[in-house]
Write a protein that binds this ligand. Structure first.
Ligand code: 6R9
Length: 649
């Protein structure tokens, strides 16, 4: 579907689904929360902050005097790992399961809160022995295994901000992030299991380290047992240093604004942004929203966020939010079709999962595979479903509720971003009569709106830009090493108001429908990628003179990456070979997730008189549509020529 068709389909969507009465009767949050927060927003967050155990109390909920830099829970001190682990053990919950881990190959581990305390403490002691100090940044490049959580919490425990790099990124991408963040210690694994095979991680880190002379230690978890190269003096096995440590470690309390982590995310330029989250506000924001949006009953729920820890969804809703709430979670290492297409449903049946949170791209893939697959499993334990990462089309929403949710479970479509740290716009499952495809309204304590270009709120039935008008606890504090870009990207368009970069619509009832990015950020299978970043990768190849990349609408992946490339004269005539070569080059520069679906070789690109590439027209071509208005082009016949070239090819 094109964006216009999406908007059309969304505006024709009129079905609503009220929460089941029984769900409402037992829900954690009632409609009153909206009134309470509207009457006294900071008082509301003050209440929410009581979910956290503070080593020293804060004196002020919010200091916004240096806007857009916020300080939340000013003067408060806490330890994130203590809040996620130790306090639950102290409260007698040591035997509660924190994670049911399911390896792709079928190996399993059950990790209780007491196990987690021991593992995290040992890992923290190991990091201290390796010379990691409070404030040092540690990079983590890992598969989806329990040690990834141990490593993150060990960092948090000693106040060393982590930067987790998604396992699909290339050596170059790792090196960029490690350098930008000033990392000296990297934690990785020999490899992880992907589609039934061990896939290397350590080898990718080795390659990255060639351009990271400041990294002195690489700590390696043995997961697959595959062969690895070894750099003496730099590389150490996790089993050699962590396992022999004491499981006693006293967590130190850090300032509420102490950095917890940096997560790199694609922006509109070639350089990824290091989004900085701090401790107190982030924990309050994630634990409150996890409890409210997923209606978490920690004593009985088995909760599953089927995402990767390498993305923000994993940070907030596999690690920090669920653990702060003493939840039992499922963690799955592999892909949904290994060894068969019913793998997720088998896992839900096995652990009697009650809540599933995943991306629309997964749901659309399951739709394609057919409803007969989930129908073979007992999914009756599920009581709530969530969606995140991209707009969910009404058909996928309905299918999800019907074939996974047994036609009864509420579905919460949750809108938020890496920058936000926590869910901001979402139904409340016991309160909201949901509409398929709508994130509905801002959560209690959050003030969202849709603005037109002039910065005025749009009326019902109108579209515009999504904005957040008041600060929230889990918000990013700045961009690592680039405060100017922080100001410019989010706060300059509408002074004092957070500009999300998403288009949105208010329907006749005033409910919010998020349409998707309005900038050069693409959303491919729920992964955030920048067109510019991929263009830069392409032009860094000797054969390429110029490149333009667009995200075209795609039924399964939401968007697909379509590249238009002008070759240098010397490289012309290479045919399919050069296309394969360029695709490989993008994999090397960024990673497999950024590999274009198609690379079209063209002789020219549509440009305005000021030299700007008109990607809108390229998108029209990629989506097989009659190109829109091209009157601002320097040469309006270019589009027709490109169309000819593309259809000829
Ligand atoms: C959590 C996460 C953020 C971008 C965001 C928007 C899109 C996320 C959405 C959604 C429509 C939803 N997005 N959730 N669009 N409806 N429920 O995904 O963070 O990777 O930073 O992506 O994803 O376009 O701006 P991140």
């Amino acid at each position: 579907m094109t964006q216009d068709q999406t908007i059309q389909a969304l505006s024709e969507e009129t079905r609503t689904f009220a929460p089941p009465a029984e769900f409402t009767a037992n829900a954690n949050v009632t409609a009153e929360a909206y009134d309470r927060a509207a009457a006294d927003r900071l008082g509301f967050w003050d209440d929410a902050a009581q979910r956290i155990t503070w080593a020293e109390p804060y004196t002020e909920v919010l200091d916004w005097s240096d806007a857009p830099h916020s300080k939340w829970f000013v003067g408060g001190k806490l330890n994130a790992a203590y809040n996620c682990v130790d306090r639950h053990v102290e409260n007698g919950l040591g035997d509660r399961v924190a994670y049911y881990f399911e390896g792709e190959g079928g190996d399993t581990r059950t990790i209780t809160y007491k196990d987690l305390q021991d593992e995290v403490s040992r890992a923290a002691n190991a990091l201290l022995e390796l010379g990691v100090k409070t404030g040092d940044r540690v990079a983590i490049y890992m598969p989806m295994i329990p040690e990834t959580v141990f490593a993150m919490l060990a960092c948090a425990r000693i106040g060393a901000p982590h930067t987790v790099i998604f396992g699909g990124f290339s050596a170059r991408a790792i090196a960029d992030r490690v350098q930008d963040c000033g990392v000296e210690v990297v934690i990785t694994a020999d490899g992880g299991y992907r589609r039934g095979k061990p896939s290397p991680l350590k080898a990718v880190v080795d390659e990255a380290m060639e351009s990271c002379p400041d990294v002195r230690t690489v700590l390696v978890v043995k997961r697959t047992g595959q062969d690895v190269d070894w750099t003496e003096g730099r590389d150490v096995w996790w089993s050699d240093v962590v396992d022999r440590q004491s499981e006693q470690h006293t967590p130190e309390a850090f300032d509420a604004e102490h950095p917890l982590y940096v997560m790199y995310s694609s922006g509109t330029t070639g350089k990824p942004k290091g989004i900085l989250h701090t401790t107190g506000g982030y924990l309050v924001g994630t634990s409150y929203t996890h409890w409210a949006v997923f209606d978490i009953k920690p004593e009985s729920d088995v909760y599953w966020t089927a995402a990767d820890i390498g993305w923000v969804t994993g940070h907030s809703y596999i690690v920090y939010g669920p653990l702060a709430n003493a939840t039992t979670s499922i963690m799955y290492e592999g892909t949904p079709d290994t060894p068969h297409q019913g793998r997720w449903w088998e896992i839900i049946e096995k652990y009697k999962a009650t809540i599933l949170y995943c991306a629309p791209t997964a749901i659309r893939t399951f739709m394609k595979w057919g409803r007969q697959i989930p129908a073979k499993y007992d999914l009756s334990s599920l009581r709530l479903l969530g969606s995140v990462g991209e707009p969910i089309n009404p058909e996928a929403w309905i299918w999800y509720r019907a074939h996974i949710g047994g036609d009864t479970t509420p579905v919460v479509d949750t809108w938020w971003q890496t920058e936000n740290g926590q869910i901001l716009i979402s139904p409340l499952p016991g309160v909201t009569a949901t509409k398929p495809g709508a994130a509905m309204r801002a959560l209690p304590g959050i003030v969202a709106d849709v603005y037109n270009d002039q910065g005025e709120p749009v009326g019902n039935g109108e579209g515009g830009y999504l904005v957040i008008k008041e600060p929230w606890p889990g918000m990013l504090r700045t961009l690592w090493g680039d405060d100017e870009r922080f100001q410019h990207t989010y706060w300059d368009k509408y002074p004092g108001v957070y500009f999300a970069g998403d288009g949105a619509k208010r329907d006749q009832d005033g409910d919010i429908w998020v349409i998707g990015r309005v900038d050069d950020v693409m959303n491919v299978s729920g992964h955030r990628l920048s067109t510019t970043e991929i263009e830069s990768a392409l032009v860094s190849h000797d054969a390429v003179a110029e490149a333009a990349v667009v995200g075209a609408a795609n039924e399964t992946t939401g968007q697909s990456i379509e590249a238009f490339v002008i070759l240098r004269e010397s490289a012309k005539g290479g045919g399919q070979d050069i296309v394969d070569e360029l695709r490989k080059h993008v994999r090397t520069e960024i990673g497999a997730i950024a590999s274009p679906r198609s690379i079209m070789l063209v002789d020219e690109l549509p440009k305005t008189r000021s030299g700007k590439i008109m990607r809108r027209l390229l998108r029209d071509i990629a989506e097989n549509r009659e190109p829109g208005d091209s009157t601002t082009l320097a040469d309006s016949s270019v589009v027709a020529r490109i169309q000819q070239e593309v259809s000829g090819a």
